[in-house]
Design a binder for this molecule. Structure first.
Ligand code: NOJ
Length: 542
C-alpha cells in the first residue's frame, strides 16, 4: 500500500493517450491500449501515471478542447474503460492521475453551443468572457490580449438572429475553439465540483490541472501591452492581467476541500506557469495544490551554475512552506530533452549523440532530487524530437494559427516504438499512426533496449529501482558538495550524485559505483572517472 502522501516523492509517468498504445489499429492510441501496457509501467518502476485528456472532444487541441468532461471520446474508449484502467493500475500498485481542463471548454461544449443561440451579453453568456468590443459599434476587440497559439485572444460573436458579426467578443487564450470560462460565475464552480467528484468517485487518485494559473482574469479587461512570445516559461517575465491573478487561489482552496473529503485523499498537480519560484510557491500553500510542475527546472540550460541556482531556489521556496518540489524535463508541450540539451553546431544542426548523453545525465540528476518527478513517455527510450514531420502531417493549432511560423509540438507527440523494425513499431496492430514515425525508432524501441546493459531504458529501470530501495532518495535533504564550478555534486543520504557538465574528465572518490549515465565511466582504486556529459550515483563521501 502506498502512503497518503505518495505525491511528495512519487515518480509519475506521463501517458499521452493518443501516442502510447493503439488497441484497434486506427492509428490513435486508446485506453484499452494503455491497460494492455500497464505491466510495462509497473516493471519500469514508476509509482503512478498521468493521462492527458481523453474526454469527448473535437480534438482541435489534441483533447484540451473538452466538449463533455464526463464522457470518454469514442477515439479512446468508454467510461467503463477508464474505470477498468484505474482498477488495473491499482492492482499493480500504480496510482492514476487524470487531466482536468478548467480554463476553457471546447466550442462544441453544450454550454457554448447554448450561448451562441442566445443574444450576446445576456443570461448564460456569463459562463464565458463575453465582452463588448471597442468603438461605437463594438467592432474592435475589447483589448490587446494575445492567444498563446498566435493571433488575437478575441473572436467576434455572431448575432444569433442574423448571423452577422455583433459588437460582442468572446475570449480564448488558446484556440478560437477553446472559449475561456468565466470563474466569476457560480455555475462554473458548481460544474467543476461535479466533474471532480464524478472521477474521484470512480477511484482516480488525482488530477493534473491544465493552465492552473489562468482561471481568473483581471476585471475590466485592461490592456496588457503584451508582445508575441512574452508569455513563456522563462523566469522573470512580467505578470499579465490575464494570468496568475490572486482570485485563482480561492478556486484551489475549494478544490483541496473536495480532495480531502475522499479516503484516501485525492491529490492535485497544477500546470502553473508563473514568473518566479515565489509566485509558484503561493499555489502550494497547505490548503491549495499538493504539487505543481516546476518549469524553471525544465528550462535550465546545460550549465552547472544555472542548474545549481534553479535547484537551490526551487527547494528553498517550496521548502519555506513545507511543499515538495516537482521536477520535469519533458512533456507533450516542449522539445524532448535529448534534442533540447544537444549542442547546436555552427550550421544550426544539433549533435544528438551528445544530446542523448546530456539527457541521460540530466535525468539521473532529476531522479535524485528531493520531491516528485514526472517522466514523459518515450524519454526512458532516449527518443529525440522528430523534427522533420511534413507540414501536411502536423496537427498542432500553434502551427496552424501561425501559418507554420511556429513549428509547434507535434515532434514530441509521435507514437512511441514498442518493437519491430517497421511502422507502427508495435504501437498498434498495423502500420497506422496518427503522426508518421521515423525509421530510427526501430533501434530505440522497448524491445530493442530491453536487457541491453547500457541502453537508456535499462538506465531508467536501474535508477527507479535504486530510488525505490533507498527511500531517502526521493525525499529528505540535499547537501551540496564542494566541486569544480562546472560540476554539479550533492549528497542525498548515503548516495552522492556527481554530474560533469564541463569538458574535461574528473575523478571522484567512491566506495561503490551504483549507476552511471554512460558506459564510459570507470571505477577503480576507490574512485570513479567521470567523463564530460555524464552523471553518476555513487556511495561513499568525499
Ligand atoms: C496546456 C497543455 O499542456 C497544452 O497541451 C494545451 O494546448 C494548453 N494547456 C491549452 O489547454
Amino acid at each position: 500500500m502506498l502512503a497518503d502522501d505518495w505525491w511528495r516523492h512519487a515518480v509519475i509517468y506521463q501517458v499521452y493517450p493518443r501516442s502510447f498504445a493503439d488497441s484497434d489499429g486506427d492509428g490513435m492510441g486508446d485506453l484499452p491500449g494503455v491497460i494492455s501496457r500497464l505491466p510495462y509501467l509497473a516493471d519500469l518502476g514508476v509509482d503512478a501515471l498521468w493521462l492527458n485528456p481523453f474526454y469527448a472532444s473535437p480534438q482541435n487541441d489534441a483533447g484540451y478542447d473538452v466538449a463533455d468532461y464526463r464522457r470518454v471520446d469514442d477515439l479512446f474508449g468508454t467510461v467503463a474503460d477508464a474505470e477498468k484502467l484505474i482498477e488495473a493500475a491499482h492492482a499493480l500498485g500504480l496510482r492514476v492521475i487524470f487531466d482536468i481542463v478548467p480554463n476553457h471548454t471546447s466550442s462544441a461544449h453544450a454550454w457554448f453551443v447554448e450561448a451562441l443561440a442566445t443574444p450576446p451579453g445576456t443570461g448564460i453568456w456569463s459562463r464565458y468572457h463575453c465582452v463588448r468590443g471597442r468603438g461605437a459599434d463594438g467592432q474592435e476587440p475589447p483589448n490587446d490580449w494575445l492567444s498563446v497559439f498566435g493571433g488575437l485572444a478575441w473572436t467576434q460573436i455572431p448575432d444569433p438572429a442574423s448571423g452577422d458579426p455583433s459588437g460582442w467578443w468572446y475570449l480564448h487564450l488558446f484556440d478560437t475553439t477553446q472559449p475561456d470560462l468565466n470563474w466569476n460565475d457560480p455555475e462554473v464552480w458548481a460544474e467543476h465540483e461535479r466533474v471532480l467528484r464524478f472521477w474521484f468517485d470512480r477511484g482516480v487518485d488525482g488530477f493534473r490541472i491544465d493552465v492552473a494559473h489562468g482561471l481568473v482574469k483581471t476585471e475590466d479587461y485592461p490592456m496588457s501591452g503584451e508582445q508575441p512570445g512574452m508569455y513563456s516559461l522563462e523566469l522573470d517575465t512580467p505578470v499579465l492581467p490575464q494570468w496568475d491573478q490572486p482570485g485563482v487561489h480561492e478556486v484551489y482552496r475549494a478544490w483541496r476541500g473536495i480532495a480531502n473529503s475522499y479516503d484516501p485523499p485525492r491529490a492535485f498537480c497544477g500546470e502553473v506557469v508563473v514568473p518566479t519560484p515565489e509566485s509558484h510557491a503561493m499555489y502550494l500553500r497547505t490548503d491549495e495544490l499538493h504539487t505543481a510542475f516546476n518549469f524553471h527546472y525544465l528550462r535550465t540550460r546545460w550549465d552547472a551554475a544555472h542548474l545549481r541556482e534553479v535547484i537551490d531556489h526551487s527547494l528553498a521556496t517550496a521548502g519555506s512552506i513545507g511543499a515538495p518540489c516537482t521536477w520535469v524535463l519533458s512533456n507533450h508541450d516542449v522539445r524532448r530533452h535529448v534534442t533540447r540539451l544537444a549542442p547546436v553546431e555552427s550550421d544550426g544542426s544539433v549533435d544528438l549523440e551528445r544530446g542523448l548523453a546530456r539527457a541521460r545525465a540530466a535525468s539521473m540528476v532529476m531522479l535524485a532530487l528531493p520531491g516528485s518527478a514526472y517522466l514523459y513517455q518515450g524519454e526512458e527510450l532516449g527518443l529525440p524530437e522528430v523534427i522533420d514531420l511534413p507540414a501536411e502531417a502536423r496537427q498542432d493549432p500553434t502551427f496552424l494559427r501561425t501559418a507554420g511560423e511556429v513549428i509547434g509540438r507535434d515532434g514530441c507527440r509521435v507514437p512511441i516504438p514498442w518493437e519491430g523494425t517497421t511502422p507502427s513499431f508495435g504501437f498498434g496492430p498495423g502500420e497506422e499512426s496518427w503522426l508518421p514515425q521515423p525509421d530510427f525508432f526501430a533501434e530505440l524501441s522497448v524491445a530493442a533496449q530491453t536487457g541491453v546493459a547500457d541502453s537508456t531504458l535499462e538506465m531508467y529501470r536501474s535508477a527507479l529501482r535504486i530510488r525505490k530501495d533507498q527511500p531517502g532518495l526521493g525525499d529528505g535533504e540535499l547537501e551540496w558538495l564542494d566541486s569544480p564550478p562546472d560540476v554539479v555534486a550533492f549528497a542525498r543520504g548515503s548516495i552522492t550524485v556527481v554530474a560533469n557538465m564541463g569538458d574535461r574528465p574528473i575523478t571522484w572518490p567512491a566506495t561503490e559505483l551504483l549507476l552511471a549515465s554512460s558506459p564510459a565511466v570507470t571505477f577503480a582504486n576507490g574512485s570513479v572517472a567521470v567523463e564530460p556529459e555524464t552523471a553518476v550515483w555513487i556511495s561513499g563521501r568525499r
